[in-house]
Design a binder for this molecule. Structure first.
Ligand code: PMV
Length: 327
């Protein structure tokens, strides 16, 4: 392949899982035990430029203005190696990446990062991948990244191997009016990575086999709720599924927990608002931050309640966002 030296730039948004991915059947290829479903968000995104250059002696990686080394460099390097193998090239690359996340949001995500990297690196390497194959590639960087290739509601079909484990936009077209209120309860990096947390849950939680069945049913039910435009059912399943995922951390050995005191305070406030007739639900990933799901009509009251609790800088309102784009 003859490589052009021009950088290729791509942009991808983060996504929030409503039916969680938690556990790998294949650690190397990142094949999950269960399918998952997410909503791609607007506002939080990663912009990445990649250039392969025969004259570079090693991959150069810059994230948010700083040169990267160590573990983070290794992760990007390993991903670029997958791209090089696919494209049949051996040149090193220069990667420049910027995360656009509101100050202190604590929501920088590997999903938007690897989706943008997959898009930019594959094209810079001379590949023209169909979106399905781009999703498969992004999955190799971080599982949840395979869903950030697409906008709106996205389903990741677990598949069996590298060829059939990828995401696609949901066919069901209901529930257009969803808002996500992201609450920053802590902006420090998490103590137990999702990789380690999943691994420990799979290998030590006695409930893991049950999760595999339950998550499958939750996914069927949430798709029915979306198709039926049933927000109450949608929110109820989302909240339950998140708690079922976190039950795997509480039941692992040694046990661990992603919540802190403020996480619990936010969860209680969601329940209190709901009790008052202001409909909202929460979901939580592998960290203490909480995302509140609601519809437009109730948003001002919910934002108001959380702003009183946390202050305005720690409350960000989001909507559905688009899939990966080239710039
Ligand atoms: O893609 P990873 O390895 O960062 O794992 C994501 C795990 C969760 O965010 C907790 C759930 C999900 O489906 O995104």
């Amino acid at each position: 392949t003859t490589l052009s030296n021009d950088p290729v730039r791509a942009l991808a948004h983060t996504n929030i899982a409503l039916i969680k991915y938690w556990g790998k059947k294949d650690e190397q290829l990142i094949i999950p035990y269960t399918s998952s479903l997410s909503l791609t968000l607007d506002q939080f995104y990663t912009e990445t430029s990649v250039r392969f250059d025969q004259s570079l002696s090693a991959d150069k990686v810059e994230i948010d203005g700083a040169a990267v080394s160590g573990k983070s460099w290794q992760r990007v390097h390993d991903f670029l190696t997958v791209v090089r193998q696919l494209a049949g090239i051996n040149a090193a690359a220069e990667v420049i990446s910027l995360n656009h996340v509101p100050i202190a949001a604590g929501l920088a995500s590997s999903a938007s990062a690897f989706a943008a990297l997959a898009a930019a690196a594959s094209r810079a390497a001379g590949l023209q991948l169909a979106s399905k194959d781009l999703s498969r590639l992004a999955r190799r960087g971080s599982g949840s990244a395979c869903r950030s290739i697409f906008g709106g509601f996205v389903e990741w079909q677990r598949g069996h191997d590298d060829t059939d484990s990828y995401a696609s936009p949901l066919q069901q077209t209901g529930l257009k009016d969803i808002s996500v209120i992201a609450l920053t309860v802590e902006s420090k990096p998490k103590s137990i990575s999702s990789r380690e947390g999943m691994n420990r849950s799979v290998t030590t939680s006695p409930y893991y086999p049950t999760w595999v069945n339950v998550a499958q049913n939750d996914l069927v039910d949430i798709k029915l709720a979306i198709a039926a435009n049933d927000f109450t059912k949608f929110g109820t399943i989302s909240e339950l599924n998140a708690m079922r995922m976190h039950a795997l951390t509480l039941s692992a050995a040694p046990d661990f927990m992603y919540f802190n005191g403020e996480t619990l305070t936010a969860m209680n406030l969601v329940k209190r608002l709901r009790h008052q007739g202001i409909e909202c639900y929460y979901t939580i990933d592998a960290g203490p931050n909480v995302k509140v799901i609601c519809q437009q009509a109730n948003k001002p009251q919910i934002v108001d309640a959380f702003t009183k609790l946390l202050g305005p800088k720690r409350v960000t309102t989001l909507k559905a966002g688009p899939g990966v784009q080239y710039l």
